[in-house]
Design a protein around this ligand. Sequence first.
Ligand SMILES: C[S@@+](CC[C@H](N)C(=O)[O-])C[C@H]1O[C@@H](n2cnc3c(N)ncnc32)[C@H](O)[C@@H]1O
Length: 342
Amino acid sequence: MNGEVHRTAVRPRVRRSGAPIRCISRRSGWGARRAVRFRLGAPRPAAHPGVPLTRWACRPCHCRVVDGPSAARPAGQAASDGGRAGVEPHKTVAAGRLCTEEESYREAFSRFLAGTDEKITTHSYLQGIVQSLPARRVFLDVGAADGTTTRHLAPHFERTICIEPSEPMRRTLALACPQAEVVAEPVLQARIDARPDLALFSHVLYYIPRDQWAATAQRILNWLAPGGLLLILLQNPDAACMRMVHHFTGLRFDLRELADELATLPPGVVGTIDLDLVPARYRSHNLDETVAVADFHLSIPGSSSPTRDSVEQYVEQHLRDGDGGYVLRHDQHVLRIKRPAL
Ligand SMILES: C[S@@+](CC[C@H](N)C(=O)[O-])C[C@H]1O[C@@H](n2cnc3c(N)ncnc32)[C@H](O)[C@@H]1O
């Protein structure tokens, strides 16, 4: 996948009110290329991968699917120790207990990244977004973690600022992206002395109480330079990974609800709101590795903790790829929120 995909992709850019509700899907690259577009009231298309069409009918935002390669190596294959290092051997212990502030969370995050194509598809998508920005002075990465994405985007900007409350993550971030200025407070306490042209808020809302989502998004929007862009990423709640999270915790995270809330804000804060889909898939040939990655995704503050046994059973039952390994789809929703230019 590359910038070309984004230049050719249909790019809905619609005001919040009075816009025709439609959903645009595009899968491209690596041979297969097709586009699906529909509008409210139009005949329902036969296939729209991974997205239940009815969900979109009353939403104030648009949807675009960006596809890419699944080039990440299966985690179990790549690790020299067969992927078992650091994997909890006892199956009766609780899963879903990792805390973002701890080193164990950072390690689990790295393990997950090693087996997913998320960063390949997402970085390609972000590349297209960055190229389309009217200005590239300041980049803000909220919840930057180990800096895997920060490092990718920082060279396009004059200044990069990160918000990252986890100390183990900040240590890795400093190595990955030494030029970034790092703020250690959580987003709702952090102070930013700049007006970002791009703010990235990627896979952090799982850790923020639901009733603080809109206030958090609004806080970041208020930091943006006029005409700036806020990107909020979260997994598609209907993909396999979030179905698993819902199965064990009862929790469901849906950015489309946040889009609805933000659409009611006074004009001047929010310009346009669009929704994109960026696919992602974790693969492994190793059961323990896959269970450990499931454990990472189940580590959501305040949720109940299943036993590792039950998670393993779930993995065996639902995540087998039919070829001796395991696959976990964790496609992402991206809310693209533009602050009006002055
Ligand atoms: C799953 S990682 C996402 C990392 C990165 N943004 C990405 O998409 O790959 C979540 C990160 O959010 C951070 N985080 C959790 N709560 C936060 C908060 N209230 N404010 C800012 N960051 C937070 C965690 O420390 C962790 O590094």
